[in-house]
Design a protein around this ligand. Structure first.
Ligand code: ADP
Ligand code: TRP
Length: 320
């Protein structure tokens, strides 16, 4: 079974990215034939500064390797190194109905916010389909917000197969059920666009400030708190041990804990959960040449598969 996923290098990774996507990617390395990449071409739809893009790619690669991506267990590469992807995107775009793309939330949302939509943003799902189909991936693990894009990939693959003959398997989307949406410090979905994130590699002082500012209701000390309806508790669930979680839940219900102390427990659990990752990242950051080597080797591993698929595709569409 072939697994594939990508993350955009368009900002600092937060714990929503980790629990919604990266953690499972790390676990899945052991289960199958996994392909993971840094989606720098997709990031170009928003990051339009060469220095920033380059440094984001390097930083994101460090982040990934630090949280446990292992280039020996998976194929880890930079999207732009696999140049065949953009060629495939063109062939796919020629069988993609406009209406399919016009229905995509990510595009519709930007237009609704009166942001100027580029053709790149509109065609974003086609490039994503190319990422997935170029290695004939079977399963695509992503967060809920990317589900529609994978569904578009399925439609495009079907359309291509119907037009040119059986070429691509139809990939399945795989959404983590138990942590579908990680809340941010304001209670909305944690997202870099909402300025409500807690970074995986953020320093202690800054995490502390954010944790202490998490929105809660205004129950008084001594009152019973509702663990089912609390951002602090929702975040604690992700990083606490089973025993600590049980204790916190009991203390919530009995009124033995107030939000101030709950936040302190959350802070402690967050810091200890992410400490090993921070240490590993600091080690890797000393050798940027190693990161470049890993990415290049990953791309040539991916190319072994992609070039065969492309030979088949070129013949099927008639350019070879
Ligand atoms: P952001 O919302 O911060 O812009 P991205 O869209 O870059 O995040 O998401 C990268 C990956 O992380 C995707 O697979 C996405 O589904 C997942 N993800 C992002 N935010 C969350 C969240 N709050 N909860 C769960 N998963 C998330
Ligand atoms: N669009 C995805 C995101 O923003 C990143 C991505 C690009 C991706 N290509 C992909 C994810 C292919 C899965 C498969 O999170």
């Amino acid at each position: 079974m072939r697994i594939l996923s990508g993350i955009q290098p368009s900002g600092t990774l937060h714990i929503g990215n980790y629990f919604g996507a990266m953690k499972r990617h790390v676990e899945q390395q052991a289960k199958g034939d996994a392909f993971y990449f840094i989606a720098d071409l997709h990031a170009l739809t928003t990051v339009q500064n060469a220095e920033a893009l380059r440094s984001n790619v390097l930083n994101q690669s460090l982040d990934y390797l630090a949280v446990g991506f292992d280039p020996k267990k998976c194929t880890f590469y930079r999207q732009s190194d696999l140049t065949e992807v953009t060629e495939l995107a063109w062939y796919l775009s020629c069988v993609t109905p406009m209406g399919l793309l016009e229905r995509c939330h990510s595009y519709k949302d930007k237009v609704a916010k009166k942001l100027i939509a580029s053709h790149g943003l509109f065609a974003y799902p086609v490039l994503m389909a190319a990422d997935i189909l170029i290695v004939r991936a079977d399963v695509v693990p992503v967060g809920k917000d990317q589900k529609q894009h994978v569904e578009v990939t399925r439609d495009i693959a079907l359309k291509f197969n119907n037009t040119f003959g059986e070429t691509f398997p139809i990939p399945e989307v795989d959404i983590a059920k138990e942590v579908a949406v990680v809340p941010g410090i304001d209670g909305q979905k944690m997202s870099k666009s909402y300025d409500n994130t807690i970074g995986i590699f953020e320093d202690e002082g800054s995490i502390k400030k954010k944790v202490m500012s998490i929105k809660t209701d205004s129950k008084n000390l001594g009152e019973s708190l509702d663990p089912k309806n609390c951002n602090v508790f929702d975040l604690y669930k992700l990083v606490a041990s089973a025993a600590d979680l049980k204790r916190m839940e009991a203390d919530y219900r009995s009124g033995a804990i107030g939000y101030g102390d709950a936040k302190k427990r959350l802070l402690e659990a967050l810091l200890s959960y992410f400490k090993p990752f921070k240490e590993q990242r600091a080690k890797l950051a000393k050798d940027p040449a190693y990161i470049e080597k890993v990415l290049k080797e990953g791309a040539s591993k991916a190319r072994a598969t992609a070039s065969k698929v492309m030979e088949d595709v070129r013949k099927k569409v008639g350019v070879k």
